[in-house]
Design a protein around this ligand. Structure first.
Ligand code: SF4
Ligand code: SF4
Length: 499
C-alpha cells in the first residue's frame, strides 16, 4: 500500500513540476510579463518534492520489527528508495526543463553557435596587416578620410576593444563613428582611451543623444547642449568633429529648432565642428531630401549596400552635388554570409566585394563598419582602394539569392502602414539581425526590451501585413520567431554575462 502512495506522489510531483514550474520558467524567459513573476510555482513544486521524498523514506524504512532475511529485504528496499528519490528529483527537474524546448530550438541554438560574424571562413595570407590604401574627401568638411572607416554601433555588442581601435589607427583608419548610446556609453569610453595621443589625426563623429536614448522635439536647447560635453568627457577630448542627429526618423526631428540652436552654440564654443544626420529610417528619402534642402548639414550617414533601391543612389547624388559628405553604413546587407560557403574559392571575400560595391559609387566619402577583431581588420582593410571585379558581382548575386525572403531592407517601410498594432516591423527585424547575424545578442535583447509594442502581438493576428513585403519576407512568421528569440532574456543573460 505504501508503494502505491509513493508512486502517486511522484506522479503528482512530475505533473506539478511540468505545469507549474516549467510553465512559470517558460513565461519568465519568454518575457510575457515579468511583473507577474511569482515564487509560488517554485514553492509548490518544492513542497510536492518534499512530500514525495518523505513518503519514499517512509516506504523504504518498511516495518520496524523486521529480522533475518526481512532485515536484508529492508536494506534492499532502502537502496531502492534512495534510487527512486534520486530519479524522482532528476525527473522533476527534467520535466520542468522540457517546457523550455522551444526556447532552446530558437534562442539557445543561436547562443551556442555564436562566433564572430563578418569574417571569411578562410583568411588569406595576403590580407594580413592590410592598411588603408585610399582617402576620400568628406564633402564640405574638406577632411580626407579613410575609405574604410570604423563604426562602433550596436552590432559590436560591446566587444570592441581599445587594442583593436589602436590597431585601426596604426593601419591608417582616421574616421571613427561612435554614439553615447552604443553599448551603454562604453563605445565612447573605449574610443576616448584609444585615441589618446592621436586625437589630431582622427576625424571624430558622435551623436546628439544620451546613453539612455535619443533626443528629439520636446527637449530644450540646454538638454541638447548638455549631451555633448558628456560625450567629450567620455571621449577625453575638447571637441568632436561631427555631431549627428542620431537615427533620424522624421523631418520634425531633423529640423528641431532646439537641436540646431544647440549645435550653433556648441560650434561657437569650439565643441563641435560640423553637423550631420544619420538615418536608416523608412522615411529616409523624405528626411534626406529635407536635410539637403535645409543646407544645414555637412555630412549624411545612410544605410547603403548592394541591391539598395535606385532612389537612394539619386539621394546620394543630390547630397554630393550640394557638397555634403556621404558616409555609408550597414554595407553588408545583413551580414548573413555565413552560409555563403562558396566564397572560399572566390578571389575576394563577400565582405570585400560588398565594400567595393559601395565604394564604387564616387559620391560615397567612406563607409563605416563595426568590428572587434584583428582578423576583421586584416580582411576589411584589404578592400581599401580596390575596384569591383566581375567575380565580386557574381558573389554579390549569390548572396542576394541566399538572403531572399530573410533580409529586411533598411529604409523600406512598405509594410508599416499595414500593421494595426503599429509594430516597428523593420526595427524588430533589425534587432533580430543583430542577434542572429552580428552575434550581438545582449545588445539586441536590450534594444528589443525598450520597444513599447512587441511582436507577441502577431500571435492570433490575421496578418494583414502578409502581402506588403517586396523582399518576400513572411513578416508574421519572422516576427513571431523574433519575439521568442529576443525575449528569452533570463537564460540569454545568464549565458552572455560570462563574456
Ligand atoms: S502579423 Fe504582426 S506585423 Fe503583421 S499585421 Fe499582425 S501584428 Fe502587425
Ligand atoms: S519587412 Fe519587408 S516590407 Fe517591411 S520594412 Fe522590411 S523589407 Fe520592407
Amino acid at each position: 500500500m505504501r508503494g502505491i502512495y509513493v508512486c502517486i506522489s511522484w506522479l503528482l510531483t512530475l505533473v506539478v513540476s511540468y505545469w507549474l514550474l516549467g510553465g512559470s520558467l517558460e513565461r519568465l524567459i519568454e518575457g510575457y510579463d515579468r511583473s507577474d513573476a511569482s515564487i509560488l510555482p517554485g514553492l509548490t513544486t518544492l513542497g510536492a518534492l518534499l512530500i514525495s521524498l518523505i513518503l519514499t523514506l517512509w516506504w523504504a524504512r518498511g516495518p520496524e520489527d523486521s529480522v533475518g532475511p526481512e532485515k536484508r529485504s529492508r536494506r534492499r528496499r532502502f537502496l531502492l528508495g534512495a534510487i527512486a528519490a534520486f530519479g524522482g528529483i532528476l525527473a522533476s527537474a527534467l520535466s520542468a526543463l522540457m517546457r523550455l524546448g522551444d526556447w532552446y530550438a530558437i534562442s539557445g541554438r543561436h547562443i551556442f553557435l555564436v562566433r564572430p560574424p563578418y569574417q571569411a571562413d578562410v583568411a588569406r595570407e595576403e590580407w594580413s596587416g592590410s592598411r588603408v590604401a585610399r582617402y576620400r574627401r568628406l564633402g564640405r568638411t574638406e577632411a580626407l578620410v579613410s575609405d574604410i572607416s570604423l563604426g562602433s554601433g550596436s552590432g559590436t555588442g560591446g566587444r570592441q576593444t581599445v587594442e583593436v581601435l589602436r590597431q585601426a589607427i596604426e593601419r591608417g583608419v582616421n574616421y571613427f563613428d561612435t554614439a553615447p548610446d552604443y553599448s551603454g556609453a562604453n563605445s565612447e569610453y573605449r574610443l576616448g582611451e584609444a585615441i589618446k595621443g592621436s586625437r589630431d589625426e582622427i576625424f571624430l563623429a558622435s551623436k546628439f543623444c544620451r546613453p539612455t536614448g535619443h533626443l528629439g522635439p520636446g527637449h530644450s536647447v540646454e538638454e541638447y547642449m548638455e549631451a555633448v560635453p558628456s560625450s567629450l568627457k567620455r571621449l577625453q577630448t575638447d571637441r568632436v568633429d561631427l555631431i549627428h542627429i542620431h537615427s533620424c526618423n522624421s523631418v520634425e526631428r531633423l529640423l528641431d529648432e532646439n537641436a540646431h540652436e544647440a549645435f550653433d552654440r556648441l560650434k561657437q564654443q569650439g565643441k563641435a565642428r560640423f553637423l550631420g544626420v544619420s538615418t536608416h529610417t523608412p522615411n529616409l528619402v523624405e528626411v534626406a531630401n529635407a536635410a539637403i534642402d535645409s543646407d544645414r548639414f555637412d555630412v549624411m550617414m545612410l544605410a547603403y549596400h548592394h541591391g539598395a533601391w535606385p532612389q537612394l543612389g539619386q539621394v546620394i547624388q543630390r547630397a554630393a552635388s550640394s557638397d555634403i559628405g556621404v558616409v555609408a553604413m550597414k554595407t553588408l546587407r545583413g551580414a548573413k554570409h555565413r552560409g555563403l560557403l562558396w566564397s572560399r574559392d572566390e578571389r575576394d571575400s563577400y565582405t570585400q566585394a560588398a565594400f567595393k560595391w559601395v565604394l564604387s559609387d564616387p559620391n560615397i566619402s567612406c563607409l563605416v563598419i563595426s568590428l572587434w577583431e584583428e582578423a576583421q581588420l586584416d580582411e576589411f582593410l584589404y578592400a581599401s582602394g580596390r575596384t569591383l571585379s566581375d567575380s565580386d558581382r557574381v558573389l554579390l548575386g549569390r548572396y542576394r539569392d541566399l538572403i531572399a525572403g530573410k533580409h529586411c531592407r533598411p529604409h523600406c517601410g512598405a509594410c508599416l502602414q499595414s500593421c494595426p498594432e503599429e509594430l516597428q516591423i523593420d526595427d524588430i527585424l533589425r534587432y533580430r539581425m543583430y542577434f542572429e547575424d552580428y552575434g550581438a545578442q545582449r545588445e539586441a535583447t536590450r534594444l528589443y526590451a525598450q520597444l513599447g509594442k512587441k511582436a507577441d502581438a502577431c500571435t492570433g493576428c490575421s496578418a494583414p501585413c502578409s502581402n506588403f513585403c517586396p523582399e518576400g519576407i513572411r513578416i508574421a512568421e519572422r516576427l513571431a520567431e523574433s519575439h521568442i528569440l529576443l525575449t528569452h532574456i533570463l537564460l540569454t543573460h545568464i549565458l552572455l554575462t560570462r563574456g
